[in-house]
Ligand binder design. Structure first.
Ligand code: GAP
Length: 447
């Protein structure tokens, strides 16, 4: 972990961030845009701008990094998004991946039946005239090729996990791995959510980061505990406020059709405690199902007992976009600096999309500062050069996007070969030698 020390100002964070404030910041600073906005937008689908892309890359990188341990090998897969109907029949998604849906017969508004009280009037129009509850399958269906028959039906994957299960034999035989080991995958998933909402929280197109950990049945509970602890530690290592994160075990009625034990990592969003990551004991449900439906044996041979068995699976699954939203909520703060309110994202430096900004105090000082910027950029690409506007305005811009450090070149720099470095969280400034910038940056970022 980085040597970054949280300044005391962070513990004084008292701002109650609202969804509206966060959405506005994301748009204003170019993190996230509504998809197809110029055509009126598409519900539950978002585009990532420059800073959003950088932030997400850092999240993916941190997630992958967090999986390594002495516990066993982790190998990587990038499966396809389209899957034939047979895959989703075997996985149970065709039959079970439903949400209960109800319509108001007066205003035609559609709701998830488990999210409203049907004893009460419609929250949209105030009438009480409901349809029966119907089950709605959330998979996006499409068709492969020109012939529309049962065999050509395909689905956009609603979870990345199945690509891991159907490639299990390929992966184990080509990577010379032994149980226990994990297959990790990052990729898009699609769900036709009845009511996409809360910005990136419930989207129709989103990205998942999933680990399927294959182990022997007798070790599954112990491995579940191991991963539960490790996943929780990941979130605190990203600087997420400890009081706002918790583990919650599922009641038996909440379990998905494939799982026998499940714990959610939950975060306290402004709209309540909600799932951030699901940790599930999937048993050997998936491998058994795919063995049965494909006719291919997905068991492994145990050299000790000289018997074949179907491994059990512990799954750790988190949405990259939901984690991004969580990190933004957790980092958002407002404080007063020199009588002026500022918005600041107190992101962990490892996650911050831009690590440092290089600011000449005056445009006359652009050439020497630009030379320094170009030199540092060769080693650390996530830095910005900004010469536009007053220095105060430029600091505020960087605070809003969570840049941990700003280096300023002023008229004294010409003679003393020093710059001022300003800390985002404390706003404290110090002078350091120009040839120390790289060292200072590395120290702060911990790389
Ligand atoms: N393979 C298991 C699985 O997909 P899930 O609980 O349905 O389990 C796992 O999803 C994670 O994916 C969730 O904890 C959440 O972080 C993310 N996720 C699920 N649905 C989402 C959606 N509609 N929008 C954004 N993220 C979502």
């Amino acid at each position: 972990m980085s040597s970054y020390k949280e300044p005391s100002i962070m513990s004084q964070k008292t701002t109650t961030v609202t969804l509206d404030k966060l959405v506005a910041l994301c748009k204003r600073r170019g993190f996230i845009y509504q998809s197809a906005e110029i055509y009126g937008g598409i519900n539950g689908v978002y585009d990532m701008g420059h800073l959003g892309v950088l932030l997400k890359q850092n999240i993916r990188h941190a997630w992958l990094h967090s999986l390594s341990s002495d516990h066993g090998e982790i190998i990587l897969l990038e499966g396809s998004i389209l899957g034939p109907r047979s895959v989703w029949e075997a996985s149970g998604h065709v039959e079970h991946f439903n949400d209960p849906m109800v319509d108001c017969l007066e205003c035609k508004h559609r709701f998830r039946a488990d999210e409203i009280n049907l004893e009460k009037p419609c929250p949209h129009c105030g009438n009480k005239n409901w349809t029966d509850i119907r089950q709605f399958n959330m998979m996006f269906q499409t068709q492969l090729g020109a012939t529309a028959d049962h065999a050509s039906v395909a689905y956009l994957r609603p979870e990345t996990a199945q690509a891991i299960f159907i490639n299990f034999k390929n992966m184990i035989s080509t990577n010379r791995v032994k149980i226990p080991f994990g297959i990790a995958q990052i990729g898009k998933a699609f769900r036709n959510e009845i009511t996409p909402k809360q910005f990136l929280f419930r989207m129709r197109e989103f990205e998942q980061m999933e680990l399927e950990w294959f182990c022997k049945e007798e070790n599954a509970q112990q491995d579940f505990d191991f991963w539960q602890e490790k996943r929780f530690a990941f979130y605190t290592s990203l600087g997420i406020t400890e009081q706002k994160i918790r583990l919650r075990d599922h009641e038996s009625h909440e379990l998905a059709h494939y799982s026998t034990r499940c714990t959610d990592v939950e975060y306290q969003f402004p709209f309540g405690w909600k799932e951030l990551e699901g940790i599930a004991h999937r048993g050997n449900f998936d491998l058994s199902q795919h063995s049965k439906h494909s006719g291919k044996d997905l068991s492994v041979f145990d050299d000790d007992t000289k018997e074949s068995y179907t491994p059990h699976v512990i799954e750790c699954s988190v949405g990259a976009d939901r984690l991004l939203l969580t990190l933004l909520f957790d980092a958002y703060d407002e404080d007063i600096i020199e009588g002026e309110q500022r918005v600041v994202l107190r992101l962990h430096p490892r996650i911050a999309p831009i690590k440092a900004a290089f600011l000449p105090l005056s445009k006359k000082l652009t050439p020497p500062m630009h030379e320094i910027y170009k030199r540092i950029k060769q080693k650390e690409s996530a830095i910005q050069f900004d010469e536009a506007g007053s220095i105060g305005k430029r600091y505020r811009r960087q605070d809003e996007i969570g840049t941990p450090l700003c280096f300023t070149y002023d008229f004294d720099s010409v003679n003393d070969h020093q710059v001022t470095v300003r800390n985002r969280d404390t706003t404290q400034q110090e002078r350091i030698a120009i040839d120390q910038i790289e060292h200072y940056l590395t120290n702060t970022l911990g790389s």
